[in-house]
Write a protein that binds this ligand. Sequence first.
Ligand SMILES: C[S@@+](CC[C@H](N)C(=O)[O-])C[C@H]1O[C@@H](n2cnc3c(N)ncnc32)[C@H](O)[C@@H]1O
Length: 474
Amino acid sequence: MAAAVPSGGVHLLHPRPWLRHLRRTARPISGIAASSRVDHAEELNSTAETPEPPMSRSAEKDTAAYYPKQGQILELVCESLAYKGNGLCMVDGTGFVVMCDRVLPGEKFIGRGTRKKDNYAEVKKLETNRPHWDMVEAPCEYASHCGGCKTQNLLYEAQVRAKEQQVRELVVHVGKFSNKDLDVDDIMKPIVPCDIQFHYRNKVLAFIQEIWRNPEFGLSPYDGHSHRGFLKHFMLRTGWNVETCQPELMVNFVTSSYQPELLKPLVDKISPFPDVVSIINNVNTSVGNKSIQIRTSCTLQAEILYKLIEDCSFLKGDGWEIVLDLFCGTGTIGLTLAKKAKHVYGFEIVDQAIKDACRNADLNGISNATFVQGDLNKNGENFGEYFPKPDLVITDPNRPGMHMKLIKFLLNLKADRIVYVSCNPATCARDLDYLCHGVPEKNIERCYKLKSIQSVDMFPHTPHIECVCLLELN
Ligand SMILES: C[S@@+](CC[C@H](N)C(=O)[O-])C[C@H]1O[C@@H](n2cnc3c(N)ncnc32)[C@H](O)[C@@H]1O
């Protein structure tokens, strides 16, 4: 299923020279460790979810002194979309990198410097001088100020082309694979676009503002500046009951403290709605998150991805192969593969997800799957004793990617194949580098070869990109 991308979509105006710095700096970029491999645990905790954009080219052009001033007006051209869908631009004549929200590749615009970072700056777009040639009118009237669909005003074909380009650059510059290798061996597959480009969401996140204050419920909206107030936001998630095929709605109130009695009038009001099957209260304090929740939701990935994973897994179907499903969530990937395997062993940190995985196995009459709750970042030496040596490892980590401990474990385990499923191409590229090139400074030898990498667009108009990669034992 190759992307039907017409020519003339997003053009990369220049190669991205900042990517060359990835090998030379210890600074984490795009949520991944750059050249010198920063401590994994530290990165997983701190930087991975708050990735940094690229740095300036100052070292190359001797423009170290250049820094746009706060408030300075600049005329810029967006070169490409970087992590989180922010537009990457360079200040003319300096090569200095600035990042701007809501600009599209090829767009020429006037921006004002807003924030200085260590080696790049952020600008705010003031006006467009020349729009992107694939700019379209966003169908949703809220697109320009709602954060949900940042690139709705970019032709869909151009969006997928930009995503494909982004994955390639990360695999080359972070993963340290050559462009030639990726092309000659047909390793890099064309992106799979999404058939449904609108109305595919099942989640709404609404932030509570002062305007919402309602005397009937007497709840105070939380104010991010003064840190006063109670109700921060609420999230609605829809789903289908697999037994009754009826729609179901989950409501999650996120509050700054745990005071269930304050929420009671609101809960009483919405409980009678037949679709509302669960009401949750997450407590999110300014110092950290504490979840007082009835149920934890896990990321549900679309069917198309599971088919790709199955195709990529190359299970013989003779019923003799062992599958290890890491970060298994509710077990969907492992259970899809169970029919071809001797046994599937799934590991996941969230207890409720493990219970759901077991229930899913029962519902589907699958008896050759075992799901175990555990933290894969804290695997002890004896982790391998929980299962026989697998033929296939599926790993589907969340955005920070895999912990170095787990990477070492996989390099020692030497399963025939690894299918790496990722929702963050930056950390995926980093982990592919570790698995395929080893970690010389830690005396970790490589033992895998990258056979294919397939990006998938599952969330049109957003910066999200999924990838399915196949690695084979050398
Ligand atoms: C991208 S989701 C994968 C979901 C699953 N493979 C599926 O298809 O539904 C990542 C999963 O990893 C789990 N997870 C995150 N950190 C973990 C850890 N340290 N150890 C084990 N599981 C973890 C999350 O709870 C989540 O279910």
